[in-house]
Design a binder for this molecule. Structure first.
Ligand SMILES: Nc1nc2c(ncn2[C@@H]2O[C@H](COP(=O)(O)OP(=O)(O)OP(=O)(O)O)[C@@H](O)[C@H]2O)c(=O)[nH]1
Ligand SMILES: [Mg+2]
Length: 376
């Protein structure tokens, strides 16, 4: 364990010292004929998170909290930024709040009710720089964050602006990619036939030879590669090769304690992408943060209705965005589809209400659906 973290440190320092970007680094590596530092780094970091020999006890294991509800949001941030205060505001769970750092020592789950949906909110201990390498409870916190559908990064508006980049760096180091899509590269390993590398457009940051060398570095000697994006970088390639260790998660950056900053700075923060501002102390902006989370999760609430009875709005069926009536049926019961005749839909997805639709109809948030079965 110590060995791996030490090796990581060494390479990081070497990379800092030589100040090469990864493209230059690649050329240097080629000349000298050794493995690229950036790819060595990627491999070591993956090793660090793998359970098993050499990784140390508990590596990669999160806190023991079972998932519940329709989605999970993890609260990630430095100590004393107000994560537990926020949890107490939006759920019935009371986590300990205090002015000193590391008040929360384990994962504390709470339930946020949102129009009939239930979202699990995971309050986590504060993390510090070096968390990715195992400082504090960093690795456990990060593992828990990795299991969530969304990360709510709580930041202190009164602290230096670098905190956000620092925290992002920690998450990046363990393979979490925030608000990004996987690189547009098709890579399929084959049994034989060598490497077939093609580009759908001339690439700007890499070339065929570089791709060849990275793949060879990972001993992927027989494969088919299609790069579909001209802006792909060496790092993107590593992400595709290490795809089992990468997780693409949505993130909302939330600046708390805006009661203590000037209006101009506040305005600047609020305009950043994927960002919301709040004050738990003054009860400002909390509902907006909750609404933004709901939007980012892109879940759809469906209220079901029986003939002649008003729908129950306190309980919703939750489906992912882009779902159809068929998905709604599957959510109710595995065999419901077999007796399905048609459905009646009230709400945003209906052209007129109620609209009579088939299994392929796409539903929208807060639709009311009544499923009509074939007579037996
Ligand atoms: N001024 C101000 N202080 C706040 C606000 N929200 C929380 N605090 C204070 O910040 C301190 C830390 O709050 P916590 O909720 O314990 O912070 P935490 O992020 O859970 O901290 P750890 O568990 O140590 O990681 C407490 O003294 C809170 O009263 C806010 O909106 N404004
Ligand atoms: Mg706390």
């Amino acid at each position: 364990m110590v060995n791996i973290t030490e090796k990581i440190k060494e390479i990081e320092e070497e990379m800092k010292r030589t100040q090469t970007d990864h493209t230059q680094e690649y050329h240097l590596g080629l000349l000298k004929g050794y493995v690229l530092p950036c790819s060595k780094l990627a491999r070591l970091r993956a090793q660090l998170l793998e359970p098993g020999p050499g990784a140390g006890a508990g590596a990669g294991a999160g806190f023991d909290v079972s998932k519940s509800g329709d989605a999970r949001i993890a609260l990630v941030g430095f100590p004393s930024v107000g994560k537990s205060t926020f949890l107490s505001k939006i759920t019935k769970t009371k986590a300990e709040v205090a002015a000193y750092a590391f008040t929360t020592l384990t994962a504390i789950p709470g339930v946020l009710e949102y129009g009939g949906a239930e979202i699990q909110i995971l309050d986590l201990p504060g993390i510090i720089e070096g968390a990715a390498e195992g400082k504090g409870r960093g690795r456990q916190v990060i593992s828990a964050a990795k299991t969530s559908d969304m990360i709510l990064m709580v930041l202190d508006a009164t602290k230096k602006a670098e905190q956000r980049a620092l925290l992002e760096g920690e998450l990046e180091a363990v393979g979490i990619r925030l608000n990004r899509d996987p690189p547009n590269i098709y890579l399929k390993a084959k049994k034989a036939g060598g490497m077939k590398i093609s580009f759908s457009a001339p690439p700007k940051n890499i070339d065929e030879k570089m791709v060849y060398n990275i793949l060879r570095d990972y001993k992927i000697l027989n494969c088919e590669v299609l790069v579909r994006d001209e802006n792909v970088t060496v790092d993107d390639f590593l992400d595709v090769i290490m795809k089992d260790h990468r997780k693409y998660i949505k993130c909302l950056y939330v600046y708390n304690k805006i009661d203590s900053v000037g209006i101009e700075y506040l305005d600047q923060l609020a305009r950043e992408p994927h960002t919301a501002v709040m004050s738990c102390e003054l009860d400002l902006g909390i509902q907006d943060v909750v609404d933004r989370c709901w939007k980012e999760l892109r879940l759809i609430r469906i209220y079901t209705k029986r003939k002649g009875i008003a729908p129950d709005f306190s309980e919703a069926l939750i489906v992912r965005s882009g779902s159809s009536i068929e998905d709604v049926c599957d959510q109710v019961h595995r065999t419901l589809k077999d007796t399905f005749k048609y459905a009646l839909v009230w709400g945003a997805s209906a052209r007129h209400v109620p609209q009579r639709v088939g299994l392929g109809h796409l539903v929208a948030d807060e639709d009311v659906v009544s499923i009509v079965a074939k007579p037996k």
